[in-house]
Design a protein around this ligand. Structure first.
Ligand code: SAM
Ligand code: SF4
Length: 435
């Protein structure tokens, strides 16, 4: 069967969301139509995440759920990091999978579909450097806040992490390609661009670093806001920190994962930063941009983590006063050094530590939100809220803001924060954006 309609389900990080958008554009370019909400599709692409065991297992239960009541099923492409990690084995685990395509090879999906139509079950987990970007069609659609991958892969090899194996070595896209894509996104309606990379602040091209790239992107007409994520503490250069005080449309927000507040654990994780160097970076950042919101990632229950190590993690949350943070229970990933370390932490201990950490993060997050009440600011409207007449936008500090307005997505709206909640803010309009 030649598929006429498709559906893409992306899981995990923002880079997967970006890849999902590019796959959709590629399939549309080949004449397939996106299936509407609630409609069945002839082809389903599961764009999977391998970072933790739960996410990886979900990929297979999702495949199983694609079987329809009458016993039929769509064509199924397993894409993303589970596809990369499991390759041909994925086909043996689930006979329903028709093709397996890794994150660096999805530009070849159209050829793979042809092979499937001839009865093959192709697997493509090649990593042909940067060529996927060259083979993809130009951007034609954009959300008000649009993702743009500028750097892929990772050479850091933190001992718990699968990314260096599933996404390959660090590669930076050339400046010209990135600027061309950013211009197209702006023309397609983006007002904000989020530069993405597994270690985005390690981006470099012809001797230029991320701060130089941001300066160039900031000149593009129509792009009012720039963000970047995710940064590694060891690659946070003074030039990038300084850029936060110099470039107006670079948002006052930094996602800088620390993972643990214990130097002993950081060493075992192979993180290449210490709590001291991390806190110094935050201090410099606050000197360059005093209102910056700091966000982070944490792992609890890394092998050998003691109660004392964990308490050091609680302490760093207090020291940094995070505006938001993601926290995870350590998940042993096959093939990573930490998976075979002694002293794996029992599940109940991890559950307890995660709950305590999340309670602490919730306190600093609420404190941050409360500290902004009364401020005049601008939000970028992204989508309708739950109530009629309400829209949700993002503040410069990435808070979700609920406002009573009929302003369309993409509008930059002047508001005053009127109330703070644990996970979002309420705002009232000051005056409508002339655009
Ligand atoms: N490159 C980024 C960095 O180094 O901070 C993060 C990339 S990773 C996709 C996102 C987050 O997943 C990490 O910051 C870490 O907190 C979490 N993570 C990665 N491997 C994990 C594992 N094996 N178990 C639990 N959490 C994990
Ligand atoms: Fe994974 Fe560490 Fe690389 Fe981040 S820096 S992607 S956590 S190996």
């Amino acid at each position: 069967m030649t598929p006429k309609t498709f559906k893409i389900k992306s899981f995990g990080c923002q880079m997967n969301v970006y890849d999902g958008e590019r796959i959709a554009e590629l399939l549309s370019d080949r004449g397939l139509a996106a299936a509407g909400d609630g409609e069945e599709a002839d082809l389903v692409v599961l764009n999977t995440c391998h970072i933790r065991e739960k996410a990886a297992e979900k990929a297979y239960s999702d495949v199983g759920r694609l079987k329809r009541e009458d016993g039929s099923r769509p064509l199924i492409a397993l894409a993303g990091c589970v596809a990369q990690a499991e390759g041909a084995e994925a086909k043996s685990r689930s006979p329903m999978i028709d093709m397996v395509v890794g994150p660096q090879a999805y530009h070849r999906l159209p050829e793979m579909l042809e092979q499937v139509s001839r009865g093959a079950r192709p697997v493509d987990t090649d990593m042909p450097a940067i060529s996927k970007f060259d083979a993809l069609p130009a951007r034609r659609r954009a959300n008000p806040s649009a993702f743009l991958t500028v750097q892929e892969g990772c050479d850091k090899f933190c001992t718990y992490c699968v990314v260096p194996y599933t996404r390959g070595a660090e590669i930076s896209r050339p400046t010209g390609d990135i600027l061309a894509e950013a211009c197209l996104l702006a023309e397609a309606g983006a007002r904000e661009v989020v530069l993405l990379g597994q270690n985005v602040n390690a981006w470099e091209h012809e001797g230029k670093g991320l701060a130089d790239l941001i300066r160039e992107v900031a000149k593009i007409d129509g792009l009012e806001r720039i963000r970047y994520t995710t940064s590694h503490p060891a690659d946070m250069s003074d030039a990038l920190i300084a850029a936060h005080g110099e470039i107006d449309n670079l948002m006052p927000y930094l996602h800088l994962p620390v993972q643990s507040g214990s130097d002993r654990v950081l060493k075992a994780m192979n993180r290449s930063h210490t709590t001291e160097s991390y806190l110094l970076t935050i201090e410099k950042m606050r000197a360059a941009r005093p209102d910056v919101a700091i966000s982070g990632d944490f792992i609890v229950g890394f092998p050998g983590e003691t109660e004392e190590d964990f308490e050091a993690t609680l302490k760093i949350v207090e020291d940094v006063r995070y505006a938001s943070a993601y926290s995870f229970k350590y998940s042993a990933r096959p093939g990573t050094p930490a998976a075979v370390m002694e002293d794996q932490i029992p599940r109940e201990v991890m559950d307890d530590r995660l709950a305590r950490l999340q309670a602490r993060i919730a306190e600093t997050q609420l404190a941050f939100n409360r500290s902004t009440v009364g401020l005049d600011t601008q939000i970028l409207i992204e989508r309708p809220g739950r109530r009629a007449g309400q829209m949700i936008g993002r503040s410069p500090w990435l808070q979700s803001v609920h406002v009573d307005t009929d302003a369309a997505p993409g509008t930059l709206l002047d508001i005053t924060f009127t109330a703070a909640g644990p996970n979002s803010m309420t705002g009232a309009i000051r005056q409508k954006d002339a655009a």
